[in-house]
Design a protein around this ligand. Sequence first.
Ligand code: SAM
Length: 218
Amino acid sequence: MQTEQYNRGASSAFHLAEELRENGIDNPEVLKAIAEIPREWFVPEGFRARAYDNEALPIDCGQTISQPYTVARMTQLLNPFQGMKVLEIGTGSGYQAAVLSAIGCRVWSIERVPDLLQTARHRLEKHGFHVATRLGDGTVGWSEYAPYDGIIVTAGAPKIPSPFVSQLSIGGRLVIPVGEKATQQLFVVTRIDEEDYEVEEHGEFRFVPLIGKRGWEE
Ligand code: SAM
């Protein structure tokens, strides 16, 4: 029964990856991870029937699991590689962290909501994803393990928190939505050297707010 369920999930995940390919996602490692990970593992029971729809879904505590297209696009923008050190801000359901881990990244992830972190930790461990997690305000980064080759922020910031930039390695990439509470522009900041950064803009997205010392007020 469990195997049948897994096969159904895997086949639906494969179709989801095909849909994302048709929508312009072309990084093979990203598509492979999406095709292999049953998204239903990360979705509350009442929404499992919609787990392979290309849409954001509610999780607990008023938060969301991001739309698969958004997860794929942000992961692709990181230029992920085997052994890459990635810091994720906003563990949420754990799905984004699982995708990065499946690609071979070493992942550190911070979540501010205790119940979400507990559920995500349990899921990630149960399904064999090795992700270091921490409860706290991710807007200050995680200096203990810095520098990171990539930082991915899965909640919308009013401006770029300076610790994210200072915790990037030379050549490292920060992927972050910045803007108003309702809509944001997706930015990629690449650290060129100690002082220089290159900034690219990648269109409009909608995220829940990044709440914290260097984000929105609660
Ligand atoms: N990456 C998640 C996933 O795969 O399900 C998406 C989660 S949701 C779009 C954004 C998450 O960011 C929420 O779980 C929210 O609680 C969290 N968040 C918001 N502000 C935060 C902060 N300052 N530090 C850590 N997490 C934060």
